[in-house]
Write a protein that binds this ligand. Structure first.
Ligand code: IPE
Ligand code: IPE
Ligand code: MG
Length: 249
């Protein structure tokens, strides 16, 4: 089946988020070390970025490194940081050529200086681009983000910048690292794991979830189109009943 052909361009998800998982297992299957898997995962990243830009998706968020991932063996963390710098550096031309804007969410201050520099440079250079917004979740976890938001809200209340009675969902959203980004309509997780692993817990409240057994380095544009096809077959009810949704259309 040609999945791309079956995509309804008028009903694209505005924001797709992906938990890119399975690099280590992919490498093991090939008899390589885990880092070999991460290196081969880069191709899948560039493929989904390109596919998203081509389709006209507005936001793509990739979970690249979690708060918990800092606890992996140092050699792996170092290799991931190195891969991050080289990939961002290499992809700058592609981002510019395709009108892609880069953003990052997460505890960016925790990243090594050279990673932060390369990241900030690319964010600045691409800041005026108006096509796809590519969001990298780096040193990100939802519990960190929510904790951080609560801390900053408390500070603003203490400094009389914020009235506690006026805190609603709109106010709360302003304190999240995703404040400028709409909630995802579709979440994809690869590698056959059925969990969220501390990713966008608050933002995923009404997101459609899509799980595939494919390991991240094997994930292709076709797999991405297939996930979008699946999403487009679903009825998003937001707590209403089916008839109400049909009347809205
Ligand atoms: C995802 O692949 C990449 C990162 C978490 C950085 P993994 O490294 O988690 O691969 P598996 O899950 O061990 O196969
Ligand atoms: C989630 O994958 C984090 C990223 C993809 C960056 P993990 O491999 O770290 O998650 P768990 O350990 O399987 O939950
Ligand atoms: Mg994993």
């Amino acid at each position: 089946m040609n999945y791309k052909e079956h995509i309804d361009i008028k009903k694209l998800p505005r924001h797709v988020a992906i938990i890119m998982d399975g690099n280590g297992r992919w490498a093991k299957k090939k008899g390589g070390i885990r880092i070999f898997g991460h290196q081969n995962g880069v191709k899948a990243v560039t493929d989904v970025v390109e596919a998203s830009a081509e389709l006209g998706i507005k936001y793509l968020t990739l979970y690249a490194f979690s708060t918990e991932n800092w606890n992996r063996p140092k050699v792996e963390v170092d290799a991931l940081m190195g891969l991050l710098i080289s990939t961002i550096h290499k992809e700058l031309n592609t981002l510019t050529k395709n009108n892609i804007r880069l953003l990052a969410i997460g505890n960016i201050l925790q990243l090594p200086n050279n990673v932060r520099k390369e990241l900030q440079k690319t964010i600045d250079i691409t800041s005026k681009n108006t096509g796809l917004t590519l969001v990298l979740a780096l040193s990100y976890s939802s519990r960190w983000e929510i904790n951080n938001a609560v801390k900053n809200i408390a500070k603003d209340v203490k400094n009389n910048i914020l009235n506690p009675d006026e805190i609603d969902e709109i106010t709360f959203n302003k304190y999240l690292t995703t404040s400028e980004i709409p909630d995802p309509e579709l979440l994809i997780r690869t590698s056959g794991e059925y969990r969220i692993s501390n990713f966008l817990l608050y933002q995923l409240a009404y997101t459609e979830l899509y799980f595939t057994d494919t390991l991240w380095p094997d994930f292709t544009k076709e797999d991405f189109y297939k996930a979008i096809n699946d999403y487009q077959k679903r009825e998003r009810r937001f707590g209403l009943i089916s008839e109400q949704i049909k009347n809205q259309q």
